[in-house]
Design a binder for this molecule. Structure first.
Ligand code: ATP
Ligand code: FE2
Length: 328
């Protein structure tokens, strides 16, 4: 079985082609960058609509298949930005109906985990999913993916992006902050906020921007921002590992590219006697292959969806998803 997976929840539009053996045959993406400021949902949706045909052609070419070879269409049904989700769902419905093949709506956050379970040896990990739009600590428990901890305000990637923007650096901020942090020497105290199992990064962001305006050294600031934000992520993830007694840790999302975060998690995992996994970078960010693979898992487990059930779910929570393809 060959599945076309369509991802479109935020900046990135992607189409992945994956077969039922778990081979990723193609995975092109196109990313919308706002000229200035944050993401504009309607502009992003227009960008995706304008690029959909191109990305599809590129995917078919890379996979060396014809469009008629597609047996299943999967798409990111949520969570995400309304206009972007609706554009993605429209493309998926049109293709599924035209090809006469089944359609499967996939949860974006869970798809990140499933592609990690495919490419890494991790079978039942605690997952730290960190990106520009999400920050969650997730683990499978009693038939569902449960959120053990999450941000109560902004995602950690967004914190890095906004900080960079405020100090006059281009988007995305994560890689820039990482680079500057390497030259940082002094730790400048910043608010560290962990409430129970939840995280908060907005106070940290405000204080870092304030310190910049007061003339703090930019390298020291980036270093301190990373150390503070990542220590909070590590603390909550460590507690989720200890609580669930799982022995695998999976890091994914765009922020997984960060070397310092990887280093800190690796150390913690060793202390917890857990194995640490990070999927290849191109499968950590948003892309269609993860949607396609999750679509195959759901379909093979007997999940079926009619077109009228493909309405987008902007706030679809990870723990609301019926995980028909996993028992334990
Ligand atoms: P999602 O829809 O899952 O929230 P996204 O639209 O944020 O995803 P991703 O590609 O998953 O897209 O992640 C982008 C984020 O990753 C940005 O916030 C970016 O700054 C961050 N990032 C990328 N590289 C690094 C890095 N080296 N260190 C820290 N953050 C990074
Ligand atoms: Fe994502």
């Amino acid at each position: 079985m060959i599945c076309l997976g369509i991802e479109g929840t935020a900046h990135t539009f992607g189409m992945g082609i994956v077969d039922s053996a778990g081979r990723v045959l193609a995975n092109p993406t196109k990313t919308y960058f706002p000229e200035k400021g944050g993401i504009h949902p309607r502009e992003a949706a227009q960008f995706h609509a304008a690029n959909a045909k191109l990305v599809l052609e590129e995917a078919l070419r890379a996979a060396r298949i014809e469009i008629e070879d597609i047996d299943l269409v999967a798409f990111s049904q949520g969570p995400g930005l309304g206009p972007v989700l609706r554009t993605t769902a429209t493309a998926a419905r049109a293709l599924a109906v035209w090809l006469g093949v089944p359609i499967v709506g996939v949860n974006h956050c869970i798809a990140h985990i499933e592609i990690g379970r495919l490419t890494e040896a991790a079978k039942d990990p605690v997952t730290l999913y960190v990106s520009g739009g999400n920050t969650q600590v997730i683990a499978f428990d009693a038939g569902r993916y449960r959120v053990f901890g999450e941000t109560i305000d902004i995602p950690v990637g967004n914190c890095l992006d906004v900080f960079a923007r405020e100090v006059g650096r281009p988007h995305p901020g994560g890689p820039i902050v990482e680079k500057l942090a390497k030259a940082g020497k002094n730790y400048l105290p910043l608010p560290y906020v962990v409430k129970g199992m939840d995280l908060s990064f907005s106070g940290l962001l405000t204080e870092a921007i304030r310190k910049h305006r007061e003339g703090a050294n930019i390298n020291d600031l980036c270093y301190s921002l990373q150390e503070t934000a990542f220590a909070a992520l590590v603390e909550v993830t460590e507690r989720a590992l200890a609580h669930t007694e799982k022995k695998e840790l999976l890091l994914t999302g765009g922020v997984a590219a960060n070397g310092r975060l990887r280093e800190m998690l690796k150390l913690m995992a060793r202390e917890q006697r857990a194995k640490f996994y990070v999927p290849p970078r191109e499968l950590c960010g948003d892309q269609g292959a993860m949607i396609a693979w999750n679509g195959i898992l759901a379909y093979k487990s007997g999940f079926r969806q009619s077109i009228k059930d493909t309405k987008v779910k902007q706030r679809w929570r990870t723990d609301e998803v019926e995980v028909t393809w996993r028992r334990s």
